[in-house]
Design a protein. Structure first.
Lengths: 305, 305, 305
C-alpha cells in the first residue's frame, strides 16, 4: 500500500517510480470526478515569493476543488520578507497556520530548506532554475494519457536543453520507461553531460540535432521550450539560430498521426498560433491535466485518499 | 423559460430586455436570502489586469455567498502577463482552471476577445472606458427598487456625460422604459450624438442643462458622475465650470420626496458629505445591490437557478 | 452571560478584563478543536492598507477554520485608495460586502475611524504604532498557557520599550494580575511615564535595567522586542548599546526552569537561533496561539458562540 502522507515533494526524485505512477493513477480518478469535497477544514498556504500566476492558479484550483481553504501571497512584495525576516522564521510561522505549504522562490534550494525547517509538508512549485516537480508529473500524465503508455516512446525535446529545468526532470523520469530521446538544440544549449550520462546508464538511445524537422517526424511526443536571447553570450549566435526553433504548421506534414506537442507554457513565439488548431497541439489540455495531478498530489500528502 | 447558462456578458446589449429583467428579478430573491450554497465546488477566476478593489470585492462577495471558490489576481503585476504571454494564451489556460472568468482590463475590447477564445463564459468587469455591464444592472436594480418601477421616470444624469461609460449604458437601457432624460453637463462634456440618437429613435424626450438645480427638482433619479480635470483641454474651462457639478445638501430643498441620488463610486468631492445623511442619498445601498445582482448573474450563467 | 456580538475591537481597553478572559477561555476550546464549521456563509473582509503577511495569514487561517469566506486586499496599491477615495467611503462600501472587517493601516486612529463609520464590526489588526489588540490577546493566552496562570508573575520586557505598542498593551493588560515588571532597555528607549503611572496606580512593582541578565534570571516570561537603529538620533548611541539586547543561549544558564521567551515576530537578530531549540523558546508556538485567539474573537463578534 503506497502512502505519501506528510511527504514533501521538492524534486521529482523524492518519489520513486512506483510512487509517482500512483499519483498519475489517482489523477485519472480526479479527471473523472474533479470535485471531491475531501479536504474540508484543511488550510493550504500558497507562498509565492516569486510571482507565477499560472502555477499558483492551477494549485489553487486543485485545492479548491478538494474543498480545502487557501491562505498565502502571490508576490514577495506583500510579504514580511520585506521586514528582513529570515526565510526559516517565515516558514516556521506559516507552518502554524496551515496543513501544507506550496511554495515558489527565486533561489535554488529554498524549497528544500523550507521542507527541512517546517513541521508540515512542503510542495515545491519551482525554486529558481532548479526543480519544478509538479510540472514533471503533469508532463508524464499528459504523455501517458495521449499515448496510452509511457513505455517505448520516441520523445523529442526542442529548444533550450541546457537551462530548462522541466526538460531535465522529464528526461530523468522518462529514463525509467525505455524512451528514445531526440534532442534538438543550438550547439551552445545542448543537454548537459550529467543528464546524458543518466540516459546512457539506462542503456537508452539519444540523438542530437540542431534542426527540428527530423526529430518532429520521428517523435510520439514533441516537448517544446523557449530559446531565450539572454542565454547567448554572443547576440550574433542567437540571431543565427533563433528561427530554427520556431514551430509552425507547415512542419507537421509528415509527423506521426498521434504525435502530440507539449509546452510548459507560457509560450512567446516558439509555437506559431497556426499550430493551435491542429490535432497535434496539446499544450492547453496539458495545463488542464495539471489541475488533476495537483489534486492527486495534495490529496495524497494530506492523507485523504 | 429564460436561460442564461454559459452566456457571456460583455456589453449590456448582449442581454435583451427580458433577460436583464430576469436578472433583476433573481437579484430580488438574493436580497431576501443572500446566502444560498448553490455553487459548491464551482471555481470562479477573477482576473483583474487592472486593479479595481470595489468591483472585485463585490464580485468575490457574491461568489462566496453562493458557495463558489475563487482563484485569480488583483493586479497585472502579479500575473504571467509580465512574461510576455499573449492575453489569449492566458485566458485559454485559466479557462482550464475555472468554470467562469470575471475580468477587468484597461484595454477596450479585451473582455470581448477573451470571451471569444475561452470555452467558458466571461463576465466583463470593465474594459477601459468601454463597458461595465454589471454596473448598469445594479443601477437598474437600484432604480427599480427605490421607485417601484422602471417605467415613465424622470432621470437626471449629471457631470461628464461624454466619456462616462456607465452613463451611456444606463441611458441605453432606460430607453426601453419611456424615460424622460435631464442631461446636465459642461458644454464640452455633453452626451454624444450617437447616444442622443438612441433616445430620439424611441421618441423619448431629453432636456440639456449646464446647471444642476432645475434637473434636480424634476428628477426621480439623479445619477451623479465626476467631472475630471483631465477631460478639459483648456484648464480655464475646467476652473470656470467645476463648481457647477458639486452637489450639496442646500440644493435638495425642492426635490421630489422620493428622489434618490445614485453614483457609481468612488466619489471624490462631487457629492458633499452633508448629503450622505439625507433620505435622498442612495449610493452606498446601491453598492450593496451590486452584490445581489452579481449573485443573480453568476448563478444564471453557471446554470444554478 | 458575556456577549461580544457586533462589538468592534480597536484597542485592548475596548474589552474589560472579564471579556478578554472570556476570549482566552474560548480560544482554549479552539485549541482542542480547531476546525469548527460555524461561520458558513459569513464573509470577512481583510483590508490590509499596509502589508503584514504574518498577521493577515493568521487571521485568514482562523477565518477559514471557522468556515467563513474571505475577501480583501493585502496591499494598498491594489486598492481604490489610489483613486483618491476617502477611507470612510471605502469602509462604508466594503461594509456592504462583508459581515466583519479586519483592517490594518499605517495611520494611528484609522481603525477607530473605520469602526465609527461602518455598520459592521471592525477588528484592528494594527494601526501605525498605536494599537494591535489581537497581539496582546495572544500574548496573554501564551502567558496563561505556559504558566498555568496570569497572576503574580515576573514579566521581563526587553528592548525598545518606548515605541513598542505591543509592550505598552501587554503592560497595561498585565497590570490586572499583580505582575512584577522587569524593564530592560537603553536609556533613550525606556517605558514612557504614562505607562509607568498605570503600574504605580495599581501599586505594582517595576524594576528598570539597561542590561538583560538579571531580569532574565528573575522572569517567568521574557518578552523580547527589537531595538531599531532608526530610533536613535545619535548613531553612536545605537552602536554602544545594540549588543546588550541580543539574547543568546549562553545567557539562559540560570533562568527559571519554566521561563518562556515570547516575541511578537518578525525577529531580525535579537534572539540568536541557538535559543530556538531550548525549552525556553516559545515564539513560534506563540504565533500558533494567535490562530486560536483570533478564531475565538471572530466567533464571538459574529455571535456564533
Amino acid at each position: 500500500m503506497i502512502s505519501l502522507k506528510k511527504r514533501s515533494l521538492i524534486s521529482i526524485t523524492d518519489f520513486n517510480t512506483e510512487e509517482y505512477l500512483h499519483i498519475l493513477s489517482m489523477a485519472k480518478d480526479f479527471e473523472k470526478t474533479p470535485i471531491q469535497n475531501i479536504a474540508e477544514g484543511r488550510v493550504i498556504a500558497t507562498l509565492f515569493f516569486e510571482p507565477s500566476t499560472r502555477t499558483r492558479l492551477s494549485f489553487e484550483s486543485a485545492a479548491n476543488k478538494l474543498g480545502a481553504k487557501i491562505i498565502g501571497f502571490a508576490d514577495v512584495n506583500n510579504s514580511s520578507a520585506t521586514k528582513g525576516e529570515s526565510l526559516s522564521d517565515t516558514i516556521k510561522t506559516v507552518a502554524n497556520y496551515a496543513d501544507l505549504i506550496i511554495m515558489r522562490h527565486s533561489l535554488e534550494g529554498a524549497s528544500r530548506w523550507a521542507s527541512e525547517v517546517a513541521d508540515i509538508p512542503v510542495i515545491n512549485a519551482g525554486d529558481g532554475s532548479n526543480q519544478h516537480p509538479t510540472q514533471c508529473l503533469l508532463d508524464l500524465y499528459s504523455i501517458k494519457k495521449t499515448q496510452k503508455t509511457l513505455d517505448n516512446l520516441h520523445v523529442a525535446m526542442v529548444g533550450d536543453l541546457k537551462y530548462g529545468r522541466t526538460v531535465h526532470s522529464l528526461v530523468e523520469a522518462m529514463c525509467n520507461f525505455n524512451t528514445t530521446f531526440h534532442l534538438v538544440s543550438p550547439e551552445s544549449l545542448k543537454l548537459p553531460s550529467a543528464v546524458k550520462i543518466l540516459i546512457k546508464e539506462r542503456k537508452l538511445t539519444y540523438f542530437q540535432y540542431t534542426e527540428m524537422q527530423e526529430a518532429l517526424d520521428k517523435a510520439d511526443i514533441v516537448y517544446m521550450t523557449r530559446v531565450q536571447r539572454e542565454r547567448f553570450v554572443d547576440i550574433q549566435d542567437y540571431e543565427r539560430v533563433k528561427n530554427a526553433y520556431l514551430l509552425d504548421k507547415s512542419m507537421l506534414n509528415n509527423v506521426k498521426e498521434n504525435m502530440k506537442i507539449l509546452h510548459p507554457l507560457p509560450r512567446v513565439n516558439e509555437i506559431n498560433k497556426d499550430v493551435d488548431n491542429t490535432t497535434h497541439a496539446y499544450y492547453f489540455q496539458q495545463a488542464l491535466n495539471g489541475v488533476y495531478v495537483r489534486q492527486a498530489l495534495i490529496a495524497s500528502i494530506l492523507g485523504l485518499k
